[in-house]
Design a protein around this ligand. Structure first.
Ligand SMILES: [Zn+2]
Length: 83
């Protein structure tokens, strides 16, 4: 189950998308356009030891983005300032 990272060419919003066999084509959570640029896959960028952790984290994030984008953005804002 690969996770792809996309950048929306329409509004510049970046998000990760878990691609399942039955998943619809990825669309921007922000503007709902499908004009996306695919970035480096998390699987390719991760080592074997961190792969699972990154996958779980990214999967939660992707689901959260799809469910509630505003909440996720708020959380990311906190992440930046907390570290
Ligand atoms: Zn967009």
């Amino acid at each position: 189950m690969p996770i792809y990272e996309y950048e929306c060419r329409h509004c510049g919003y970046r998000f990760e998308y878990l691609v399942l066999a039955k998943s619809p084509a990825a669309a921007c959570p922000s503007c709902h356009k499908k004009n996306l640029k695919q970035l480096i896959s998390l699987f390719q960028a991760s080592s074997e030891t961190t792969r699972k952790a990154n996958f779980n984290s990214a999967r939660k994030k992707a689901v959260a983005v799809q469910k509630d984008k505003a909440h996720e953005e708020h959380k990311e804002l906190h992440d930046h300032f907390d570290h």
